[in-house]
Design a binder for this molecule. Sequence first.
Ligand code: FES
Length: 109
Amino acid sequence: MKVTFETATGETVEVEAAPGDNLLKLGQGAGMPLEGTCEGQMACSTCHVIVAKDWFARLPEASEEEEDMLDLAYGVTATSRLSCQIDLTEELDGLAVRIPAEARDMRGI
Ligand code: FES
């Protein structure tokens, strides 16, 4: 199965994945700038990704904890998710997500 990551600069990277893979780990392995500081403990939101609209509804719903954490994420959208909370299944073959513009932009350059 494949997952497509779109970088903040619009470049797309297609990654070979397997059911059971965690989306955060997969993205990190592909060199995406996903910090994942809390390693999936839902305490950081640095693993935030924007899911392609067509795919968003096909993901298992976010828990309340995830929603709360997303509220704090930078550049959050209606289809935002925490990638550490998404484990891939065969149904998600072809999943496409975008990496938000880096939080570093907040330094006000
Ligand atoms: Fe911290 Fe996902 S890695 S919330």
